[in-house]
Design a protein around this ligand. Sequence first.
Ligand code: FMN
Ligand code: SF4
Ligand code: SF4
Length: 271
Amino acid sequence: MMEYNRVVAAYFSGTGTTEKVVKDIANKISGNLNIEYTVMDFTPLKSRKKPLVFKDSDIVVFGIFTVAGRVPNLMLPYLETIEGNGAIGIPISTYGNRNVDDCLVELQDILEKAGLKTIAGAYFSCEHSFSNVLAKGRPDEKDLEIAREFADKISEKVKKGDLSKVELPGERPYRFYYQPRDRHENPIDIRKVKPKTNDKCTDCKLCVELCPLGSIDYDNVTNISGICMKCCACIKKCPEGAKYFDDKGYLYHKSELEELYANYNETKYFI
Ligand SMILES: Cc1cc2nc3c(=O)[nH]c(=O)nc-3n(C[C@H](O)[C@H](O)[C@H](O)COP(=O)(O)O)c2cc1C
Ligand code: SF4
Ligand code: SF4
């Protein structure tokens, strides 16, 4: 039977919810099996200069957040470079309380294609990137309890030497990217929307560091010269609250989400 000697918490996380969930699960597995724990955070642009390379003796808890019901398409080229080398892979998709749609099965397929064995997976409802009220504060204690229970189940499966592939919810072929609509049912296109900066900015440059796409100019932080994926890292993590979106379509979509998905949506694991 294969000896597993390392648990890896691998994640892409704009506002930190995916990081929290993945680390919680990975930490618990590491404690249960009494093996090393390491973090591979591929959120910063510079961390993605090198591919993620795993060993056959790794258990990789691999988290990404749902974007338009799918794995963020801007990350696909990088995810194609993963070298799984037969490691165990646990796909985790966080979502902002609307729907995970096909993000989790797409992530499973990416990991399998890269040579990881996906023996379990989960989705977690978390605070929405765009909002301070939608699924506010999640993952909460209840979610993290589920995370730890899930980690225990994974540990048991690994101890039994059971590497059977898990069946995850979602459709194949994947549905097209979720399209927000305005009150007249016209599509809202937020792809070109970029954050603005107000005069509370102290020019600390933190957002330049944080932007996972490296899109904020160092010499002029009010200038977003590259692509913006609306991850909201710069919005939620700016210590002065100086970054904001004012695009009408974006704000309409945000308030609609807050209204329609105010319920407590589920966090669920599969093994
Ligand atoms: C551009 C974009 C699109 C999103 N699309 C969805 C979606 O289709 N469904 C959903 O429930 N949440 C969606 N979310 C919300 C995030 O998946 C969710 O808030 C997640 O917890 C954020 O993870 P993070 O804190 O690790 O960045 C979207 C977020 C962004 C930035
Ligand atoms: S993190 Fe906020 S205060 Fe710092 S440079 Fe960016 S916008 Fe300005
Ligand atoms: S500029 Fe866009 S992509 Fe960069 S941190 Fe801000 S919201 Fe995220």
